[in-house]
Design a protein around this ligand. Structure first.
Ligand code: BEZ
Length: 211
């Protein structure tokens, strides 16, 4: 059965370029991103893993560990990683799972047979410290993902996990956020000392509370 938001992320043990990993141990008390790509030695995937490596500090700042997966074997991953580092001017420091038996791909429903019978699509899951699925995005093989968007969503997820706020369209860290409907305006004024701007009774903004 496919996963949905709020579901418990399935645990697994897998062989990776950084040794054997138990997913829950890997996540620890932080956040994780598990993302699949169709195959090693392919152009879009090369740029995606390179971009992720270049943004490694940004993920670390947010206490997010990254774990890539494809169904290619470890020896191919090691060879391909050299190409990624060379062509994308980076050092891939995150593990890449060799999912030859498709255990992870199956658990996370990463093979969409009408897109490709054998290759994983571009699935990306953000998992919280509670091991619940917080975000799922699925792209086709031909479209590389926007990893700045992934960071932006992580910022939103981490903010909304700690405060009774939501984030508006195109929000970026530092901009005003939305008071959730469950909080009355009277309570919002007490809860958010930086102020509450009421545009409509259901549309209320406050400055980002954790800055
Ligand atoms: C790629 O990663 O470049 C790719 C993989 C499968 C189809 C198209 C592009």
């Amino acid at each position: 059965m496919s996963l949905r938001l709020g579901d418990t992320a399935p645990n697994f043990t897998a062989q990776t370029t950084e040794g054997e990993i138990n997913f829950y141990d890997f996540i620890g008390n932080g956040w994780a991103i598990l993302f699949s790509h169709p195959a090693d030695f392919t152009p879009v995937c090369t740029t995606e893993l390179g971009k992720t490596a270049l943004l490694q500090e940004e993920f670390a700042k947010r206490n997010v560990k990254v774990l890539a997966v494809s169904i290619d074997p470890l020896d191919k991953h090691f060879e391909w990683r050299k190409d990624i580092n060379e062509t994308q001017h980076c050092t891939v420091g995150f593990p890449i799972i060799a999912d030859a038996d498709r255990n992870v791909a199956t658990l996370y429903d990463m093979i969409h047979p009408n897109a490709s019978a054998t290759a994983t699509v571009r699935s990306l899951f953000v998992i919280g410290p509670d091991k619940l699925v917080k975000l799922m995005i699925i792209y086709p093989a031909s479209t590389g993902r926007n990893f700045y968007e992934v960071l932006r969503v992580v910022d939103s997820l981490q903010l909304t996990a700690g405060f009774s706020v939501a984030t508006p369209a195109d929000w970026k860290s530092g901009e005003d956020v939305i008071v959730v409907p469950a909080v009355s305006t009277e309570d919002a004024i007490k809860k958010f000392p930086k102020g509450v701007k009421v545009v409509k009774p259901y549309l209320r903004y406050t400055p980002q509370p954790n800055l």
